[in-house]
Every structure is written in structure tokens, then in C-alpha cells.
Design a protein around this ligand. Structure first.
Ligand code: FA5
Length: 341
């Protein structure tokens, strides 16, 4: 190709390119023009560049220089057109924004009422000097029953009253033991005393499992708060004071608490803790002075230490606090209910 011919074509392309780029009305048509002119594979500039090869070698430097100038000019025109159209889009969307329109409120979740209650109970007992201990939900019979002075013949160990798991060998060489989903948080009393010398002052909050039929005050999975205080010269008066203080902290000064004589194998004497609700009483939990047999099971000397323990139902406490008449509501996961807390 002769140099003259090449330069005429180059000037023509530069003029028409600048014109089309300046005329582009929106980002999409600009992109189409860009591909037509500057496309890496079949753009018009690329096609012209191929013509350079046919130019006489003495004239090639001039042709190459002019080609580069033309290319820069087209690229600059493209950059200017792009800036113009992007700015126009930004202005358009700013014009479409009405700051006086009500916004879309994001839907925020929150902690489940039982989790909130657990946190609050921990806070109250922390103020009374109790630290928090934890224990596993799958337990062996020693922690759930034996060390708690619950004899093998006791009805609380009946397979129909517990969720026993398959009998498993604990670990190589250890005795065989039956495992179950713990039926009470009193297991943590044993775990803590096994590990810690007296004095002890803990609460433990968590899930427990019983094959109870679900009704307004029962559920097969529920939560308990366990308390254990062991020291010297601890009396039933201390137990009653701590529980009364806790109840008025959580439920208000006007709450009416009643201690009713009862029996638990791991406390002696034992009481049921009831609270007045609506026209009657609701049982919140059990409590009592730690039985000497329990101290012996964990290697404490019952001649030297005394202590009290209690276990309260978290669902019932929370229900009493908010006036909820059926604890099954906690587990239906109906957000219309849960959003109220
Ligand atoms: C016990 O579980 C004893 N471990 C409590 C205890 C601890 C006594 C330490 C002495 C010393 P009880 O089975 O009564 O006791 O259960 C305690 C509380 O758990 C009940 O009062 C009730 O508030 C709650 N509870 C029991 N069963 C259910 C259930 N199926 N659903 C919801 N809450 C329940």
C-alpha cells in the first residue's frame, strides 16, 4: 500500500471515529462504537494497522508515527466521551433520589427470649458472687445419678423417664457405662466438686431433656439454672435468702415465694420453690442442703463443709416474668411472638 493512500484512510478513520464518539448518547452505544473502532480482534484501527506491513520500508517510520498519533487521538476522544456519559448517568440517578421518601428499615433479629433470660440470670447471680460453670449435655450415670445419691432402683432412673443413648464403652480399659441426655443440671454440681476443692459458689445454665409430654408448663427439652454454694457453716437461711434475693431481682419486689417441704436424694432437707402466679402457685424448682452422701462421692468431708443447691426452670421463670401462659410458645419459632422480646 502506498503511503499517501494509507494516510488518507487514516485521516478518514480518525475523523469518523471522533464524530461517532462525540455523538454517542449513552454508555451502551459508546461501548458499541468502541468495539467497532478499537476492538482488539476486528476493530477498524486494528485492520488499518495491518496495512502498515505493506508500506515501503523507507516510508514505514512516517506511517507508524502518524498511525500512533491517530490512535492516541481516537483513544482520547473515547475517554472524553466515556467521562461525559458516566457523569450524565450519575446526575440522572442523583435526580431520581428523593431524600424525603421514607427509607426501607432493615429487619434486625435479636436473641431468643430464653437466651436473653439466661444472660440476665447470669448477671444477677454474678452480683451475688456466683461464677458460671458449664457441663456436657450427654452425661454418664455417675454424674446424672450415682454421685447425686440417686440409687439404681430410684424411679428417676427409669428408661421411660430418660433419654438413654446406646450403651457405649467409655474408653479403652474403662468400665462400661450407660449414657443419656442429662435430665437435670445437677450433674454440674458433681463435675465442679470433682475438680475444685471447697469453697464453691457457682451457677450453671443449660439444656436438659426428659420424655415429658409437652403442655403449658412442660417441654421435653428445657433449660435449668443450677446453683451450688459450699463453704463452712452454710445454712438453710442462706439458701432462702439467696433465692428470695434472686426472685425479687428478676421478678420484682412484689413476687411471693413459697418453700414447700419436698424430697430430692441429693439434698437433705429439700424444698420445692413455688411462686405466686395469677390465682395460684407455679413450681419454679427444687432446692435444699447438699446431702452428706454427695459430699462423700466427690471427696469432700461432710464433717467440715456444708452447702446448698437449687435448680430452677428457666422457661417458667421467663414465662412468669413476661406473663406468657404456655411455654410451648418459646419453641414454635413464630417471629410474631419472638419479636415482642
Ligand atoms: C430437679 O431437676 C432438681 N435437679 C432440682 C434441684 C437442684 C433440687 C438442686 C435440689 C437441689 P425438678 O425435676 O423438680 O428438680 O425440676 C426443677 C424445675 O425444672 C421444675 O420446678 C420446673 O421449673 C422445671 N421443669 C421440670 N420439668 C420440666 C419440663 N418438662 N419442662 C419445663 N420445665 C420443667
Amino acid at each position: 500500500m502506498a503511503l499517501d493512500e494509507f494516510l488518507v484512510e487514516l485521516d478518514g478513520l480518525t475523523d469518523s471515529a471522533t464524530e461517532s464518539l462525540n455523538a454517542a448518547l449513552d454508555v451502551d452505544s459508546l461501548e458499541a462504537v468502541r468495539i467497532d473502532l478499537l476492538g482488539a480482534k476486528s476493530g477498524r484501527l486494528k485492520a488499518l494497522q495491518k496495512g502498515l506491513a505493506a508500506i515501503d520500508s523507507a516510508e514505514k517510520p512516517v506511517a507508524g508515527k502518524r498511525f500512533n498519533e491517530a490512535k492516541q487521538k481516537i483513544e482520547a476522544a473515547y475517554a472524553a466521551a466515556k467521562e461525559r456519559l458516566t457523569f450524565a448517568v450519575a446526575q440522572q440517578s442523583a435526580a431520581g433520589f428523593d431524600p424525603t421518601e421514607p427509607g426501607c428499615k432493615p429487619i434486625l433479629g435479636h436473641l431468643h427470649p430464653i437466651t436473653q433470660t439466661i444472660e440476665e440470670l447470669k448477671d444477677i447471680f454474678a452480683r451475688l458472687g456466683f461464677s458460671v460453670a458449664d457441663g456436657p449435655e450427654i452425661e454418664d450415670e455417675r454424674h446424672n445419678f450415682e454421685a447425686l445419691n440417686i440409687a439404681r432402683s430410684h424411679p428417676a432412673r427409669d428408661p421411660l423417664d430418660n433419654f438413654y443413648l446406646q450403651t457405649a464403652t467409655k474408653s479403652a480399659g474403662a468400665e462400661r457405662s450407660e449414657w443419656l441426655l442429662r435430665s437435670q443440671t445437677s450433674t454440674v454440681q458433681i463435675r465442679v466438686m470433682d475438680e475444685t476443692p471447697p469453697p464453691v459458689r457457682i451457677v450453671s445454665l443449660g439444656r436438659v431433656y426428659r420424655p415429658d409430654t409437652a403442655d403449658a408448663t412442660h417441654y421435653p427439652m428445657f433449660h435449668q439454672i443450677e446453683g451450688l454454694l459450699v463453704d463452712t457453716d452454710v445454712t438453710m437461711a442462706d439458701l432462702k435468702s439467696v433465692l428470695r434475693m434472686f426472685c425479687s431481682s428478676y421478678l420484682g419486689e412484689d413476687v411471693h415465694v413459697r418453700f414447700r417441704p419436698s424430697f430430692f436424694p441429693f439434698t437433705e432437707p429439700s424444698v420445692e420453690v413455688d411462686m405466686r402466679w395469677q390465682d395460684g402457685w407455679i413450681e419454679m424448682g427444687g432446692a435444699g442442703m447438699v446431702d452428706p452422701n454427695v459430699f462423700e462421692a466427690v471427696g469432700y468431708d461432710p464433717e467440715k463443709v456444708t452447702g446448698f443447691a437449687f435448680g430452677l426452670g428457666v422457661e417458667r421463670l421467663c414465662a412468669r416474668r413476661y406473663g406468657i401462659t404456655d411455654i410451648r410458645e418459646f419453641f414454635k419459632n413464630d417471629v410474631r411472638f419472638l419479636h415482642q422480646f
